[in-house]
Design a protein around this ligand. Sequence first.
Ligand code: NAD
Ligand code: UGA
Length: 478
Amino acid sequence: MVTKERLEIRKQICCIGAGYVGGPTMAVIALNCPDYDITVVDINKERIDSWNGDINKLPIYEPGLSEIVNKTRNKNLFFSNKIDDAINRSEIIFMAVNTPTKTHGDGKGMATDLTFVEDCTKRISKNSHTNKIVVEKSTAPLGTAEKIKEILIQNKSSVEFEVISNPEFLAEGTAINDLLNPDRVLIGGEESLNGQKAVNEISKIYSHWVSSDKIITTNLWSSELSKLASNAFLAQRISSINSLSALCDITGANIKEVSRAVGADSRIGNKFLEASVGFGGSCFKKDILNLVYLCKFYGLNEVSEYWHQVIKINTYQKNRFVNRIVKILKNDISNKNITILGWAFKKNTNDSRESASIDVTNYLLNLGAKVRIYDPMVSNKKIINDIQESLKNINIDDKNIEEFLSKISFFDNVIDASKDSECIAILTEWDEFKSINWSIIKNHTSSPLFVADGRNILNPDSLKGSVDIYISVGNFKY
Ligand code: NAD
Ligand code: UGA
């Protein structure tokens, strides 16, 4: 219970949005800042209930998260649906709501949909009776912080608001480590005296565990652009290596060797050079599309096209992977079993947003295949929802969606999922897929055992004798 005395002496923080960013980020702040009380709020009651429920069934799976929530929950970390109340009593309000790509109106399919940010902003304005620092944690287009401030002050002359941009750089699956040991914390603010005071106030939170040389302060616009640029640079590296994997697949070069040799140059570095079936995740695509849209908006067509190519190569890579499977199966996969191992967009997360598995599965379904799916962490309900949504997006009607869904079956282990399959496609690099006993799988398969390794996690030499056909990404081996 938060008593009145505690409220008077302790700083109150509210975070709107209890998702992949809001939950873990606030848990880590709570752990490191025992002198702050943090309330994470959300309009999604089910999500809040599960944050407050069984510690082993938190709504987000992240290694190390449940231990931190266990230590802090109901001490200085609270999860609640009482949004207005939390806003009212907090001095600092983080906004960690979703900022998806617009699905209608101007900029449809490219620009960022700021509806959730705007809704929160109006709610903050309405429920603020004391001065507030509003922190834009969500990734948003340039100029959003200024817009937030405009909305905040529109109806409130009595309350002072400062808006800070503090983008998040955590990656899913390693979120806790990224938050505990960040490469940098970025805090953008207005250059005015009050703006700088607010920047200091937010820096103070992080300085509980992050050294001052890692806390970078900038103006609002630079902070917003740096977040988009960081994601664009990371995705660009993956598209660069993936584009070269296509060349490796038709020549004698091996992408792992190329990646190692290129990455050994300290100016280039070795991270984010792993060729794959294509990058997924909720942010790379949407943030680059946002950048593409902004450049176009400002008349920078060449710059816009440059970044757009990163997305185009990613789409090309996913299609290329399926095409190779289909070609090996002699261009006929109608009513044939294909197994998908891995639905999450990367290992160690239950998040499947924009996962390559979704596009690969749709492609296979459209060619008439029957798809057998296993993922250790993503629920069947979520997988069905992903498939339904993506089929709807390509204008497939409800009747056909039902028909497609009838061709999907779910399994809770690799062996059952792989039985009688014409091709087993590994699409997430889960550790358990690295040590599959392929001899056992072979005993359950009547056709030649064909493995398509979309993550390059298997050692082709160790598969000989059990796997008959093996393809990976960027390695013309056999
Ligand atoms: P998410 O969808 O997991 O969570 C967002 C939450 O906000 C949802 O639970 C939703 O119900 C809630 N919400 C939306 N509108 C609300 C409102 N008006 N009031 C209260 N709650 C509301 O999203 P996420 O993955 O946590 O991403 C949040 C933001 O952080 C996005 O802008 C994203 O680009 C950025 N980001 C995400 C990651 C990541 O790894 N997921 C990393 C860095 C930055
Ligand atoms: C990414 C960034 O890494 C974070 O810094 C950023 O905060 C976040 O986006 C965001 O803004 O949402 P995330 O999407 O969680 O984090 O995960 P990544 O590790 O970046 O992986 C993204 C995708 O690229 C995954 O599908 C992954 O498998 C793929 N990938 C990654 C490759 O195909 N090859 C690589 O070498 C690295």
